[in-house]
Structures are given as structure tokens and as C-alpha cells.
Write a new protein. Structure first.
Length: 369
């Protein structure tokens, strides 16, 4: 059952959370899927005239980027290496609570302003590689004056279009600051939500069509699966609206006025995504009611057929019961004298057939068939 799988995942997650019980705030403990591969560290340093892109083996090789005048984007795939996060946090003066949240992959989307930098947590969603379920990954982003640091759980993301624009110099990416880079990354995540919604729209349409034509217990399982995934999707997307709203208001000096216009557009897209998710939830709730109504109607149709059959056989059973009584005509001339009539049996069968046909004609005239 689907619910068993969900309960198992939640139980494992709760056990991992419990590992932090009793530890002081700011303690770095990785909470999430266990991974053994080495973290992948890449950076891009660019301005309008130049670009340096490189993959490094040690996090210390990125420290020099903090003091460069150009915009720097440091990306780390693998938050399970807490020592790496600790070294990077110490060099960029990140708060211990920020480092703790980076290592905890169960955070909800949020924005925290630490003055010199902004700390943003987002959910990056894409289709599961082995199933139709949503595959979610936490993305943590630190936005400074001239740098953006992103922390991902594993390699693979939705930022290839952003990287390509930076490499080719198309658009405003190379001419704008770190705040515009943060906007571009958030916009890429939100744009990918639309692909997720399109996928679920097709699934909902297929389940709904099957529900109307051939409702089965599998349809009920599909509805419950969709309902659970919509709840998860809503929890991942709903807080993002407040995050982008705070950025769009431009209360932080790290967000320049030209970027707020683009953030307003992302905010509109986020509201559109949330409205679509709410619409899907309403449709799925209606599908559950439709399923129950369909099953009730099917049961009523079955009971209707059985009732008609039983009604037709009631007078036939009554006639058969009368002639099943053991009254001998030899004792009295009133004891079923037709038993000695040579046409008695065919006459009874014909009478029973006429009664059955008469009832069928009556039912059809009443349009009960």
C-alpha cells in the first residue's frame, strides 16, 4: 500500500531528527539521505567581460572569491560532508544556525536576513527517476554582496539554463550583480514547478477519465496517491510566496532596485503555481466523491437487477409451491383435480411463462430495465 511506504519514510525521518535531541544549537549534524560519494565543488566567477568556471577538489580553493570585485557563484553538491560546510562557513562568517540548517535537509522554505548576507531555503522538485512520485531536494542559498553560495544534497539540478546564459553572455546575467543571480536561480526553480504541474495535470486527467468509465479499487489508490503528493507539493511551494514577497519588497540593501522588478514577476509565477495546486487539490477531492458515487451507483444497478429477477420469480415460486403440496386427488375431488388432466403440466408451465413475460413487459413499460 502507498500509505505504508509513506509511514516508513516518515518513521525513518523522525529517527534521524531525534539524533539532534539534547545537542546545543548550532551543532552540525547531517539529517537526510545517507550518502557516501565525495562532495562536488564548482564555482563561476564572472563580470561583463570575463568568465572563470572551474571544478575544485578542496573548499579552500574557493576562499579567494570572497574578496574579488566580480560576481562569484559557488555551488556545493553534497551537504553530508559537514566538515566542508563548517570550513566554508568559517571563512564567509556564516552564523552557526545557518550551517545547522544547511546540514538539515528537512527545512521548510524560508528567508533569513543576517545583515551582510541573506540565507534562503528552497525546495527543488523534479520527477522521480524510478517512479511518478515527486523527487524533492533541498537547496540552501547564501546571497552576499558579490557572491552566491548554493548547497545541494546531490549532483543534478535545474540550473543548466542559468549556467548557459552566463557562459554565452546572453541576457543580463553578466551585467548584473549577485542579487540578479539569486533571482535567476529562484526563477529556474519556479519555472520547473510548471513542468511538475503539467505532469500532474495529465495524471489527474487520466485518473478522472478512468474513474468515469471504469472505476476500480486501483482508481481509489491512484486518487489517494495524488492527494498525498498534492499535500507534499503544497507544503513545498506555499512558503515560497512569502520568501519572494520579502525579497520583492527590497527591504535588504543586498537586493538592488532593478532586481525587484524581476522578483515581482517570479512572485506572480509563484502565486500561479499555488493557485494551480489548490485547483488540483479541489479536483482530487471531487474525484474521491465521484468514485464513491460511482461505486454506489454500480451497487444500486446490481441490486436493481437482482431485485427484478427476484420479483419475477416470486409468483413462479408461489405457483410451484402450491403444486408442491401433497394433496391426493384420490381422497377428495377438490384436491388438485388438474393433476389427472393430460395437459395439466404444460398448462402450468405456460401460465408461469405468461406471468413472467407479463411482468417483464410491465417493468419495461415502467422503464425499470
Amino acid at each position: 500500500m502507498v500509505t505504508d511506504g509513506v509511514d516508513t519514510v516518515m518513521a525513518r525521518y523522525a529517527q534521524k531528527i531525534s539524533r539532534k535531541s539534547g545537542l546545543p544549537p548550532g551543532t552540525l549534524v547531517h539529517i537526510g539521505a545517507k550518502r557516501e560519494e565525495k562532495a562536488l565543488i564548482t564555482f563561476m566567477n564572472y563580470d561583463e567581460s570575463r568568465l572563470v568556471e572551474k571544478e575544485v577538489q578542496r573548499v579552500e580553493d574557493c576562499f579567494f572569491l570572497r574578496d574579488l570585485p566580480a560576481v562569484s557563484w559557488i555551488n556545493i553538491d553534497g551537504v553530508h560532508q559537514v566538515d566542508l560546510i563548517e570550513k566554508l562557513g568559517a571563512h564567509f562568517n556564516l552564523h552557526p544556525l545557518v550551517l545547522e540548517d544547511i546540514a538539515n535537509t528537512g527545512q521548510r522554505p524560508k528567508l533569513e536576513d543576517y545583515g551582510d548576507y541573506l540565507f534562503i531555503v528552497l525546495k527543488m522538485l523534479y520527477h522521480g527517476r524510478k517512479s511518478d512520485l515527486i523527487d524533492a531536494e533541498q537547496l540552501c542559498m547564501v546571497v552576499g554582496t558579490r557572491y552566491v553560495i548554493t548547497f545541494q544534497e546531490k549532483p543534478g539540478d535545474v540550473f543548466d539554463p542559468v549556467r548557459e546564459r552566463i557562459r554565452t553572455g546572453k541576457g543580463r546575467s553578466r551585467r548584473m550583480g549577485a542579487d540578479y543571480l539569486a533571482y535567476a536561480l529562484i526563477d529556474a526553480i519556479v519555472d520547473d514547478y510548471f513542468a511538475i504541474l503539467e505532469h500532474y495535470g495529465e495524471r489527474i486527467e487520466a485518473v478522472e477519465e478512468n474513474l468515469v468509465n471504469h472505476p476500480t479499487p486501483d482508481s481509489l489508490r491512484a486518487i489517494h496517491r495524488l492527494k498525498s503528493e498534492m499535500i507534499f507539493l503544497r507544503r513545498s511551494v506555499w512558503p515560497l510566496r512569502e520568501v519572494i514577497n520579502v525579497l520583492e519588497r527590497g527591504e535588504s540593501p543586498l537586493i538592488q532596485q532593478p532586481t525587484t522588478v524581476y522578483l515581482r514577476d517570479v512572485y506572480d509565477h509563484t502565486v500561479h503555481v499555488i493557485d494551480t495546486v489548490e485547483t488540483f487539490r479541489d479536483i482530487i477531492s471531487g474525484m474521491l466523491e465521484t468514485y464513491l458515487s460511482s461505486m454506489s451507483n454500480r451497487m444500486n444497478e446490481v441490486m436493481k437487477v437482482l431485485t427484478i429477477i427476484a420479483t419475477i420469480f416470486m409468483p413462479l415460486t408461489f405457483i410451484a409451491g402450491i403444486y408442491g403440496m401433497n394433496f391426493s386427488p384420490d381422497v377428495s375431488p377438490f384436491n388438485m383435480p388438474e393433476l389427472y388432466w393430460k395437459y395439466g403440466y404444460p398448462a402450468v408451465i405456460a401460465a408461469m411463462a405468461l406471468v413472467a413475460l407479463g411482468m417483464i413487459w410491465y417493468f419495461k413499460r415502467k422503464k425499470w430495465f
